[in-house]
Ligand binder design. Structure first.
Ligand code: GLY
Length: 315
């Protein structure tokens, strides 16, 4: 069996590419890296890689992580700048015994020293959106925080190996040095090839309060299906956080187990893409349903057309 699941519609082209690889017996790590790089390279996605929206000072700081489910090797970067593919740097770092999670200048230097592509990641379009937002905030005292749609992926290959990974430019207008859940093991991602894996998108500050990716893997270990584990972890925690902290930010998680079964849960409208040996790559839309369940439906052409228009709308 093979399978791959990823957060958001933006991951779909990468999932289609990964399917071709996984059917030819590529590793989960290679399929995952291809999926995330496809998102990182596309200039119209505002929350990942090239075209991502910058921090308060107009600097695009990116976070990414890679985890190998066979060995538990993890590599991560936070606040990396001017590097084309943070996921590839994170994957390379996962091979290091020490110093495998690098931040800021240390992360960028590691990428340069190891021959990764150095690139100005702030597109003119992203800069324009930032300038407009700075102006709006100055005029209307708006809250600076906006979108934060991480690409999070879990992959299983024909060799029964699994990998998980994330890449994100984090919150638009974040403070310099702010790091979300995406590079944090257990919060943004977690995978164990003998159980399954999970990955997250949403408000990092709240996701890290619940370590939801690890929690989902733990629940799958106890025998829950990926869907039951996602439903329980997300809705129970969303309710608990609301009760204890006063509110819960938006968050959504995807999971895949070692048999290629998948699950999703979310406290807001959420799209994702999935493919397995038995299922062609497809985009779905998920919403919180009644009694701590998730309603999952195929995406409509109307939704896709509106999305295409929205991401390419003139600034
Ligand atoms: N989930 C991405 C972030 O909060 O940075």
């Amino acid at each position: 069996m093979w399978g791959i699941i990823a957060t958001w519609r933006m991951a779909h082209d990468g999932i289609v590419a990964a399917k071709e690889m996984l059917t030819k017996k590529a590793t989960a790590g290679d399929a995952l890296e291809t999926t995330i790089k496809t998102v990182e390279n596309y200039p119209f996605y505002k929350s990942v890689g090239y075209g991502g929206l910058p921090n308060e000072q107009g600097i695009l700081e990116m976070d990414a992580a890679f985890m190998d489910g066979d060995t538990y090797k993890i590599g991560a970067v936070a606040g990396i700048v001017d590097v084309a593919n943070p996921i590839s740097v994170a994957r390379k770092l996962s091979e290091e015994k020490f110093n495998s999670f690098r931040i800021g200048q240390g992360a960028t230097e590691y990428a340069m020293l190891n021959g990764f592509e150095i690139k100005n990641m702030l597109t003119p379009r992203a800069r324009k959106i930032w300038e407009k937002r700075v102006e709006e905030i100055a005029k209307s005292n708006l809250s600076p925080y906006d979108g934060h749609d991480t690409v999070g992926v879990v992959a299983l290959d024909e060799h029964n190996s699994m990998a998980a990974g994330t890449s994100s430019s984090g919150l638009f207008m974040k403070k310099r040095g702010r790091v979300g859940d995406s590079p944090l093991s257990g919060s943004g991602f977690y995978v164990d090839s003998e159980i399954g894996g999970a990955a997250a998108t949403g408000l990092g500050e709240d996701l890290m309060k619940g370590c939801l990716s690890y929690e989902i893997v733990r629940l799958m270990k106890e025998g829950m299906s990926p869907q039951a584990a996602c439903d329980y972890a997300v809705y129970e925690f969303s309710d608990r956080l609301t009760k204890r902290y006063g509110k819960a930010g938006a968050f959504s998680l995807v999971a895949l187990d070692k048999k290629g079964r998948w699950g999703v849960a979310t406290n807001v409208e959420f799209t994702f893409s999935v493919a397995t040996k038995d299922e062609e790559p497809a985009i779905y839309i998920a919403n919180p349903g009644p009694n701590q369940t998730t309603v999952i439906e195929p995406i409509t052409q109307e939704w896709l057309d509106a999305y295409e228009k929205r991401i390419k709308a003139p600034v």
